[in-house]
Write a protein that binds this ligand. Structure first.
Ligand code: FRU
Length: 502
């Protein structure tokens, strides 16, 4: 008996040691983001079904656990209390006879409209049927639902699935569902090849087509995917933002996120201008949508990669990460409504050491000489009364560098990763991406979120945003700012941040 107990104790010690080891090992492998969510192993693409519930932010994601390239899609699952620290949980949804589990959203059914139980989490997703696809059929994508009554731990698929059959459109996917209070009904915003189709429902099970939008508006260099529809209050007026992801056809190549601003009456979306607007001009923010059930706060997260090279980036045990979670706002700039994105403030709480300086006219400022070399993630923020051309170099001792900056002549922000490290895995990776400066202000503020395989630029309070990934042979250790025009920095802060993984 005692011998058996001892053996059990030893066995459980070995098991927990192995779990501990493999957990920490999973988050320290080469190029593993230390500030961004990535799956422990296997493939990830779009964030899905983000919903806030009982103090937790749920993040589901397109996941193929058995390989590091895209394959039969599952919904992976992670939770966070602060949108910064993530805990990966067991897979939420597995492929079934109707199909694999493509992108979608989740809602809290407070009024039990579907009859699954009050406050059930209901996931609405696309079932993609690969067998029918191989057999040459067109109607391979339909919309299905599943519910959870235990905080997303276990899921029951609705036996009447699919709830929305395919009308004969090959690309018919990525339902984003939200509650439309004035008419007490659910609205589904669905990507239907080259436009958006809106549907409505009183019970999440029966859907009626309301209207179509966008065939002749916006960017159409590729297929429309992963939409979102969110209201904002600006100067006492309600303005709706319709997010439409597009692949390919983004300004810097491949996949990207455009949006429209306008009004929505529960049935029809009417744009207030015909501009094509982009949420993020960098190459690596795709398929992003917002959390549901967060009230007036609009919180967004994207997939930090690009379909051009996502399947071949040089990571070993896993592929891809999310962007940092961002707070979205809406502002009017030069007569146009514009979405502004800023990193969630919980990031600041990871601060370990801060370096500050002020009132400096610089030709060169070696930030890490004062702040200490980069040993993990960091946040760089500065402002200026007058914006001049500048560049910020993130570099290592072997000369690899990613350069982020502003070109006054072109009035563009840019990220140059042509010498960033490993770039040979795809001919288009070593690029210089640009973003127009949208602000008309003389002064400027700049925020950089730096991780060991990515940088996110938020300029002018988040009016011009760029996200880019990179893969240096050894991690960058130095940060320096350069300006031939002598940029005058009012205040600068550089924060070393803790890694998010325990
Ligand atoms: C966008 C996307 C979605 C689809 C999913 C499949 O990246 O193509 O349209 O649902 O990925 O994984």
């Amino acid at each position: 008996m005692i011998a058996k107990a001892k053996w059990l104790l030893l066995a459980s010690f070995v098991i927990s040691f192995q779990t501990l080891w493999s957990q920490s090992d999973a988050y320290t492998d080469k190029h593993r983001p230390q500030l961004h969510f990535s799956p422990k192993k296997g493939w990830m693409n779009d964030p899905n079904g983000m919903v806030y519930h009982n103090g937790k932010y749920h993040l589901f994601f397109q996941h193929y656990p058995d390989s590091t390239v895209w394959g039969p899609m599952h919904w992976g699952h992670a939770v966070s209390a602060d949108l910064v620290h993530w805990e990966e949980l067991p897979i939420a949804l597995y492929p079934d006879a109707i199909g694999t589990i493509f992108s979608g959203s989740a809602v809290i059914d407070k009024n039990n409209t579907a009859g699954f139980g009050a406050n059930a989490i209901v996931a609405v997703y696309t079932s993609h049927n690969h067998t029918m696809e191989k057999d040459g059929f067109d109607k391979i994508e339909t919309q299905s639902i599943a519910y959870s009554l235990d905080e997303g731990k276990t899921w029951t698929k609705y036996k009447g699935n699919p709830v929305l059959p395919n009308p004969g459109i090959r690309d018919f996917r990525d339902p984003k569902v939200s509650w439309y209070e004035p008419a007490q009904k659910w609205i589904m915003t669905l990507a239907t090849k080259d436009h958006i189709t809106f549907y409505s429902s009183s019970d999440l099970k029966n859907w009626k087509e309301e209207s179509k939008f966008g065939k002749d508006l916006g960017a159409h260099g590729g297929v429309w995917e992963c939409p979102d529809l969110i209201p904002f209050e600006v100067d006492g007026k309600q303005v709706w933002v319709l997010i439409v992801n597009l692949n390919p056809g983004a300004p810097n190549g491949g996949s990207g996120t455009q949006y429209f601003t306008g009004s929505f009456d529960g049935s029809v979306f009417t744009p207030d201008d015909t501009d094509t607007k982009w949420l993020d001009y960098g190459p690596d923010n795709y398929a992003g949508i917002t959390w549901s059930n967060t009230g007036d706060e609009k919180l967004f997260i994207g997939w930090m990669s690009n379909w051009v090279y996502a399947n071949i980036v040089p990571t070993k045990n896993w592929r891809s990460a999310t962007t940092v979670a961002r707070k979205l706002g809406l502002t009017k700039e030069v007569g146009r409504y514009r979405v502004v994105s800023t990193p969630v403030s919980a990031l600041e709480e990871l601060k370990t050491k801060e370096f500050t300086t002020k009132s400096k006219s610089i030709k060169k400022l070696d930030v890490t000489a004062g702040a200490g070399a980069l040993t993990g993630p960091a946040l760089l923020q500065f402002n200026t009364d007058e914006l001049k051309s500048f560049s910020i170099e993130l570099s290592n001792t072997t000369g690899e560098k990613t350069v982020i900056g502003y070109d006054r002549t072109a009035n563009n922000y840019f990220i140059d990763r042509s010498q960033s490290g490993k770039t040979g895995f795809h001919k288009d990776f070593a690029n210089i991406a640009t973003a127009p400066r949208l602000s008309s202000a003389k002064n400027a503020d700049i925020t950089l979120v730096i991780d060991n395989a990515s940088v996110e630029l938020f300029a002018d309070n988040g009016l011009s945003v760029m996200t880019a990934i990179f893969f240096p042979e050894s991690d960058y250790t130095n940060v320096s700012i350069h300006s031939a025009d002598k940029l005058k920095i009012k205040e600068l802060s550089f924060k070393h941040l803790k890694r998010i993984w325990k």
